[in-house]
Design a protein around this ligand. Structure first.
Ligand SMILES: *Cc1c(COP(=O)(O)O)cnc(C)c1O
Length: 355
């Protein structure tokens, strides 16, 4: 007797892998280094008394969608919410990808994009970014012309490079017949988001994907949303499980939005800290890519990257090691943390790579 085989192709999936190692300074997964404000936690505790847990949640997610629509300057019918932006992406691939359909992905980027595509049976077409990890109108147009994908995946700012996708690259993607997904998990750190630079009349194929996991300091809550044309949202509702977003998540999202000012203050502090880290790294033996996010990609120029990663860990500073990844040869990524955590990182890096 043996366990039944899963569907073909499943065993070739690698699964999302982000090694978690014990360290006192954890700068490896781009979360907010600080918890959400006490006032939010207090309001959420009080809200728990009012939520009827024996009833199903609001299937339409009306209140949260209205609040998000208000924030984004769109209609509630243009908002789709799910359990983290990863589930938003999964719903998009279920509705617009699947067997016989394809997605164009520019590497290197967030590993989960191609992973979710494969899980949903969508063919992954890989295209290359330029040497500096950027995209141009030419790169995007050429890849679309030769592959005619159903979906084009962009990430702005891109994880793990930290670079915002150029406006011309976005326009070139929107010029095609594909659905254009822009993962904006770090959008609030960037100088612009897709909806800032694309006119309302040109948004028929534009889907921006946001999350509460980073700037909103709520990675544990699992809440994300898409801003998309209403017909796209209708299709996403067809593939989502009924009642997929719990009453608690819906209420927590609403309450979080009341802390917009605090969120913006956190973003500002992290940007200042990012600058401080970049300045401290400038004289060291590392190449640093300019970042518009809450993390910095860098590559040691004189030492072996795996040794640098281990050296940092020996000093109890954990960063993300991409050095063995295709296209990211020798690269490490540090998340911007609290001032104390950043100081620990800078001190450790100075010791490891030498002044
Ligand atoms: C962290 C991150 C997310 C967040 O995913 P959630 O499921 O919302 O936690 C999405 N996209 C990118 C590129 C990320 O780095």
């Amino acid at each position: 007797m043996s366990t039944p085989a899963p569907r073909p192709g499943l065993s070739s999936l690698a699964g999302y892998y982000s090694p978690q190692v014990t360290a006192s300074v954890r700068l490896n997964s781009n979360e907010s280094p600080v918890a959400p404000p006490d006032s939010f936690v207090e309001k959420l505790k009080n809200a728990l008394d009012q939520i009827s847990l024996h009833r199903y949640p609001d299937r339409q997610v009306n209140a949260l969608r209205e609040a998000l629509a208000d924030r984004e300057g769109v209609l509630p019918s243009e908002i789709f919410c799910a359990n983290g932006s990863d589930e938003v992406l999964q719903s998009l691939f279920l509705a617009y990808g699947g067997p016989g359909r394809s997605v164009l992905i520019f590497e290197p980027t967030y590993a989960l994009h191609s992973e979710i595509a494969r899980i949903t049976g969508t063919q992954v077409i890989t295209a290359e970014r330029s040497d500096g990890f950027t995209l141009s109108e030419e790169i995007v147009s050429a890849a679309i012309t030769s592959h005619q994908p159903d979906i084009v995946m962009l990430c702005s700012p891109n994880n793990p490079t930290g670079l915002t996708e150029p406006v011309e690259a976005l326009r070139a993607a929107l010029d095609s017949s594909a659905l254009v997904l822009v993962d904006e998990a770090y959008g609030q750190f960037a100088s612009y988001r897709a909806h800032d630079v694309v006119d309302p009349t040109d948004r028929e194929r534009l889907v921006a994907i946001h999350t509460f996991s980073k700037t909103w300091a709520l990675a544990g809550l699992r809440l994300g949303y898409a801003v998309a044309p209403s017909p796209v949202v209708e299709n996403l509702e067809l593939v989502a499980m009924p009642y997929h977003l719990s009453s608690i998540t819906q209420r927590a999202g609403l309450l979080a939005l009341e802390g917009q000012g605090e969120m913006e203050a956190r973003v500002l502090t992290l940007k200042e800290e990012r600058q401080r880290i970049e300045d401290a790294m400038a004289p060291l033996a590392v190449k640093v890519w300019p970042s518009e996010a809450n993390f910095i990609l860098f590559r040691p120029t004189t030492l072996v990257s795996n040794d640098v990663w281990q050296g940092l860990l020996d000093r109890s500073v954990l960063v993300r090691n991409f050095s063995d990844w295709p296209r990211l040869d020798g690269c490490l990524r540090v998340t911007v943390g609290t001032p104390e955590e950043n100081e620990a990182f800078i001190t450790a890096l100075r010791e490891v790579v030498g002044q």
